[in-house]
Write a protein that binds this ligand. Structure first.
Ligand code: HEM
Length: 465
């Protein structure tokens, strides 16, 4: 959309994978006037700048609800902020339970994100690996002591493109309809599509329902903003490869891990789905998960289903299906994917060893994981739905007793249902089921942020009249 880029923070349109230096600076507001003045002095990068030239430094700013309150913005009285944002990621035990943040992943054990360690401001700095430390020092060195206190700097510097278990990451992203050409609704949406309405990622624009969703309209604070989800996920790389090698043998460990992820370790689709290129496949022809397990990470995170899970089949059969006469329960077991897409912008951290070296017992993994970051216009319908109803749910897709094989916390749910199983078909098509999966991922911190548009940012930081 013409001119839009000047009012949008660059991260909405770009991941900046070529910039290997990344510091996520978490701050708390000390004195609101001083904080606003200092934050105003930062040059926040716009999408228009990123589109115009190759950038060497990118600076982005986002705020928690606690942060907006601390800056003096009465967010609870400004209509339009999402209730999940106002509560915060760690603000409600039932939300934590739904997101799977229990036991070792519970907010009470987090390094940051909860209680006294709740951040107010996320200052995101991206630059070359050789440049990032000096730039961070210069920026924080110029921060007046009465403006903000430094809570934590999360260092996500290093090569981007592989997550610590060793898989190529960042392959599938929704294609954002920046031009606003989509007219959602109607027969064509029975099929899965990758192009997604702008309003699913940017407030103030039409979404997949064809509506402009609620957002803070007062003084344009919400326009062209989005919600940023940030979770620090520690990965037990040693435990992951030890377990896969124990179950499938050293020679079969990678193949089993690929079924758990739902893609090849090199990012390619699983062989049976490879005919449609890197990202053109769906699971419509694989309802029983023989090619890609129903519970695999990518299938839970994006089941690639249209409004009718069986797709378009001609007028008569569509009518029959709409009346509910055709199809089995399992085909209805996942919701349409177009309402639940996420723009992922995370980065790995820590020095992850090579998978084959870990399998061979030649490498010991140090702490590493993912600074998982995603953008969405609706925290409830997008991130929380994907995390709670798909990734963490033991009932996803007609399954029982499983959670995401990478991310599950393996804790039984309230009904007593266990969640530590994984079912797949091996390379010969034989069904396999294993119980007792260990936990491979632990949440170490997290928060919901609002990443405002450039105009909204100016309103947030302006001194009250
Ligand atoms: C340590 C944690 C995680 C690891 C190791 C991981 C790993 C991966 C890998 C290897 C892929 C396949 C490559 C790609 O398409 O980019 C993938 C895809 C994806 N992941 Fe994750 N992921 C993690 C956490 C999460 C979380 C917390 C979410 C959302 C709540 C998520 C959502 C997605 C989505 C939406 C896709 C793309 C699926 C598709 O469109 O095909 N991931 N992830």
């Amino acid at each position: 959309m013409k001119g839009l880029g000047t009012d949008v923070q660059a991260l909405v349109g770009r991941g900046f994978g070529s910039l290997g230096g990344a510091r996520y600076v978490l701050l708390q507001v000390a004195q609101p006037g001083a904080a606003r003045a200092w934050l105003r002095s930062l040059a926040v990068t716009t999408l228009a700048e990123a589109e115009a030239r190759r950038l060497e430094r990118v600076c982005q700013l986002a705020f928690t609800a606690a942060g907006l309150r601390a800056l003096g913005l009465p967010v609870d009285d400004v209509p339009g902020f999402a209730p999940e944002f106002l509560d915060g990621m760690a603000g409600d035990p039932s939300r934590s339970r739904r997101l799977g943040d229990v036991e070792e992943s519970a907010p009470e054990y987090w390094r940051w994100g909860s209680g006294e360690a709740e951040p107010h401001v996320l200052l995101m700095l991206l630059a070359g690996e050789g440049d990032i430390a000096a730039w961070q020092d210069a920026i924080l060195g110029a921060m007046p002591p009465d403006a903000c206190t430094l809570l934590r700097v999360n260092d996500a510097s290093g090569p981007v493109g592989r997550e610590p278990f060793g898989f190529v990451d960042g392959v599938s992203q929704p294609e954002v309809d920046w031009e606003g050409t989509l007219r959602p609704g109607g027969a064509k949406d029975r099929d899965y599509r990758d192009r997604i309405a702008l309003g699913e990622f940017l407030l103030g624009h039409g979404n997949e329902y064809g509506f402009v969703a609620d957002h803070p309209v007062q003084r344009g604070i919400g326009r062209n903003g989005t919600y940023l989800v940030y979770r620090q996920l520690m990965q037990d790389v040693g435990g992951f490869w030890d377990w896969t090698a124990r179950i499938a043998g050293r020679d079969g460990a990678v193949a089993l891990a690929e079924r758990m992820v739902g893609r090849g370790i090199d990012g390619q689709p699983l062989p049976e789905l490879a005919a449609h290129g890197l990202n053109g496949f769906t699971f419509a022809g694989d309802p029983d998960g023989i090619a890609c397990p129903v519970g695999a990470h990518v299938r839970r995170a994006n089941p690639r289903s249209g409004d009718d899970p069986q797709g378009r089949r001609g007028f008569l059969r569509d009518v029959v299906s709409s009346l509910g006469f055709k199809g089995t329960a399992i085909h209805d077991a996942v919701a349409s994917a177009r309402f639940h897409r996420l723009l992922r912008r995370g980065r790995p951290y820590g020095a992850a060893p090579e998978p084959l070296a870990v399998i061979a017992g030649e490498a010991v993994a140090q702490e590493c994981g993912l600074h998982f970051i995603c953008l969405n216009a609706s925290l409830a319908r997008q991130f929380e739905f994907v995390q709670g109803s798909w990734i963490a749910s033991p009932y996803f897709g007609g399954l029982s007793g499983e959670q995401d094989p990478l991310l599950g916390n393996r804790c039984p749910v309230r009904s007593g249902q266990v969640t530590d199983a994984f079912a797949w078909h091996d390379g010969d098509g034989n069904p396999r089921l294993v119980a007792g999966l260990p936990r491979f991922v632990t949440v170490l911190g997290g928060a919901y942020f609002f990443l405002p548009g450039i105009g909204g940012l100016a309103r947030i930081l302006e001194d009250a009249p």
